[in-house]
Design a protein around this ligand. Structure first.
Ligand code: BEZ
Length: 228
């Protein structure tokens, strides 16, 4: 089962957008590889409509989306066509899913990525999310059960927070959003910690020796991360 900090397992697959080599085809991009339990099911339909509607926002953050279920290609094609032609849900209609959806009838990829959880279902993948960085390293893994639709604003927050952590060498506190204070990495030695506690930098606040935050304004974050 893949773990955070490890290379994303490689595979080749047929998708609704053609053949892909993963993660090689995505080198240089962030990518969210996610599974859903089954085509033509309601929670999955709501998720695909939400994700497709937000796709341009993810692309602007250099992040591509790749879906997967253990259904076949023709089922995927028919389902995505039905979504586009028939479903009007929460103000979303004529929604075209442009990102690739992998067919995995052999469950090979789902098994490789630990998306099959027999306690939940023997025949369907759970709702897994793998956030993979431009070097092909898994940076975040999130799992949801069959009955629970994902929060796509949260997945966007995860991508922005990871990219911000990399770009500014900081960490992000609970519920962080761009514009909120960020966490200065823990000092390596007592001397450095003491120096930082006594810092007169008006942008840094130390709550204790192990917990210092600093300002990082929203524009600075978004200018670095969002492509215009
Ligand atoms: C759904 O997407 O609605 C769903 C899929 C599989 C099991 C239960 C619900």
């Amino acid at each position: 089962m893949p773990r955070i900090g490890e290379a994303a397992p490689a595979f080749e697959a047929i998708t609704t957008q053609g053949h892909i080599h993963f993660p090689g085809d995505y080198a240089g991009n962030w990518v969210i590889l996610f599974s859903h339990p089954a085509d033509f099911t309601p929670v999955c339909t709501s998720e695909f409509m939400a994700f497709a509607t937000l796709e341009s926002k993810f692309l602007a953050a250099n992040t591509k989306l790749v879906g997967l279920s253990v259904d076949g290609l023709y089922s995927h094609i028919a389902w995505l066509r039905t979504i586009k032609e028939k479903i009007d849900y929460k103000g979303m209609k004529n929604v075209e899913v442009k990102f690739p959806l992998i067919e995995d009838i052999t469950m090979e990829v789902a098994t490789k990525y630990g998306m099959m959880m027999p306690g939940e279902s023997n025949t369907k993948a759970v709702r897994a999310v793998f956030v993979i960085d431009p070097k092909g390293i898994i940076r975040t893994i999130i799992y949801y059960p069959l009955s629970l639709g994902r929060n796509f604003d949260e997945l966007y927050r995860v991508v922005i927070a990871l990219q911000t952590a990399d770009a500014f060498s900081i960490a992000t506190p609970a519920d962080w959003q761009p514009g909120d204070d960020v966490i200065v990495p823990t000092a390596g030695s007592c001397g450095v910690a003491k120096e930082r506690m006594e810092s007169t930098d008006p942008d840094t606040t130390c709550h204790d020796w192990f917990f210092c935050t600093k300002k990082l304004d929203k524009e600075t974050v978004l200018n670095k991360i969002i492509q215009k």
